[in-house]
Design a protein around this ligand. Structure first.
Ligand SMILES: [Zn+2]
Ligand SMILES: [Zn+2]
Length: 463
């Protein structure tokens, strides 16, 4: 049969076929998750996001950090492992280099943008990094429990990690910073991190009974709740604001402070400094834009004139007008908010210290002072005997705990040596440590002595 070549339909008529290659969108190394609470005061923190990301890939947080995040981070951190920063992992949620590098690494790995909203990076020009972010976890047990009951995702909002925040504005309950079971601080990012659980003892942190039955948190006794609720609202507004606005500048903060001084003491810096109980030079530096106030101080100043921080930042040009329109402006020292005075009186502090002295698990004075929100130095000056007793009791407890721990390890080492020798394996330090699952156990000379003694005894038995 003759075929007329001109009558054959060319392939190009097939609508599914194209001579051009399909453009292949870039592939990400990891899949991304939608961050929780974006655009609300409860936006998720980056450490919480990392934890959820690890679990959704079916690996521990440590594995995600070691195998994926660290190789992506600039050389500065290659020698120091993120998890080795231990008490500083909270800085990942802050506005420094660690936060910047972590955001960049995670954006590269997931190809998901806008992760800086999960940190304080958007506000880095106006908030000094110092005392901005907590190094350990703070949480509202009511939020955790509510999410769990409603089968919602458990996460850690960024606002809980901001040092100045003391209350959950939803439940108006003080944020907790010590696990009710082991009485220790909880890490924000541990190798086997589980959101809502203690990093030390794996206790569920949302068990409300644990908190109501103990007087764990002195903050529940806050008298001036209104101040802490006000700052929680103020910062919540800030965190829910889209990151698309132009990053606020240092100059705006100095304008806000100038306006506050203008309003309260007609621009007299010295008088204002006396009134607000702050050093005159410090206030002068803020006014001139030479330094930035810590967030706690900036908020206390804003509270004086009920100035909303976000409003003042957005209405850059109208700050003065806005403050002038406020009605409830304190005009004398007596009207200063209680935050400028000590919120606990002498008797209350004495009672809290006595309680700390009798706790089942003694804690160092630094922790006791932190929980009370009063400097250790001040406490020691006013309650020297009580503070000394707390410290001494803690030292004895620490010594005893160490001895108990070593005793326990020694028994395990003895057992491991016997088991290995029975199997015909030489009980080297490394093998024994691996056998009992405690790699650093031979740092204690007592443990090493037990190992040597047991090995000698078994050799004698052999011969
Ligand atoms: Zn809550
Ligand atoms: Zn615990």
């Amino acid at each position: 049969m003759d075929i007329d070549i001109n009558k054959i339909q060319p392939y190009t008529n097939d609508e599914l076929w194209s001579p051009e290659k399909f453009p292949m969108p870039p592939r990400s190394r990891l899949h991304h998750l939608q961050p929780m609470g974006i655009g609300t005061p409860m936006v998720e923190s980056l450490t919480s996001y990392v934890t959820r990301l690890a679990h959704s890939h079916g690996v521990h947080v440590g594995t995600l950090i070691y195998k994926e995040i660290i190789p992506c981070i600039s050389k500065t951190y290659k020698t120091t492992n993120l998890l080795c920063l231990r008490n500083q992992t909270g800085a990942i949620n802050g506005c420094g280099l660690l936060a910047e590098d972590s955001v960049q690494a995670l954006s590269e790995l997931t190809l998901y943008q806008n992760l800086s909203n999960l940190t304080m990076l958007n506000w880095k020009n106006i908030f000094p990094n110092r005392k901005l972010i907590r190094n350990h976890k703070a949480w509202c047990p009511f939020c955790y429990q509510e999410w769990r009951t409603n089968n919602q995702i458990i996460f850690d909002p960024l606002i809980w990690q901001i040092e100045v925040i003391r209350l959950c504005s939803i439940h108006q309950y003080s944020l907790q910073t010590l696990c009710p079971s082991c009485k220790k601080s909880v890490s924000v990012l541990s190798p086997k991190n589980q959101l809502g659980y203690c990093s030390n003892c794996s206790n569920w942190l949302g068990n409300i009974e644990d908190y109501l039955n103990t007087s764990l948190s002195i903050h529940t006794k806050f008298k001036d709740k209104s101040y802490f609720l006000w700052i929680a609202d103020c910062l919540g507004n800030l965190l829910s604001f889209p990151s698309t606005i132009k990053s606020p500048s240092k100059k705006q903060i100095s304008q806000i402070i100038q306006a506050i001084i203008h309003q309260s003491t007609k621009g007299n810096i010295a008088e204002f400094a006396r009134w607000a109980n702050m050093p005159k030079n410090t206030v002068w530096m803020w006014v001139k834009g030479k330094s930035l106030p810590q967030l706690s101080r900036l908020l206390a100043l804003c509270y004086l004139c009920r100035v909303d921080l976000l409003d003042s930042i957005i209405n850059e040009g109208n700050i003065t007008n806005m403050i002038l329109h406020q009605k409830s402006i304190p005009s004398s020292v007596n009207e200063r908010p209680k935050i400028f005075k000590n919120t606990l009186n002498h008797a209350q502090i004495h009672a809290a210290l006595s309680e700390a002295f009798q706790e089942t698990h003694p804690r160092p004075m630094t922790q006791v002072a932190k929980r009370l929100g009063i400097s250790n130095k001040v406490l020691r000056r006013h309650f020297p005997e009580l503070c000394k007793k707390i410290s001494q009791r803690y030292l004895i407890y620490k010594k005893q705990s160490r001895l108990e721990r070593i005793q326990k390890v020694c028994i395990e080492v003895e057992k491991a040596v016997k088991q290995l020798q029975q199997q015909g394996i030489y009980p080297s330090e490394q093998r024994v440590a691996l056998h009992i699952g405690q790699p650093g156990c031979f740092r204690d000379k007592e443990v090493r002595e037990v190992l040597n003694r047991t090995r000698r005894n078994w050799r004698l038995l052999d011969t």
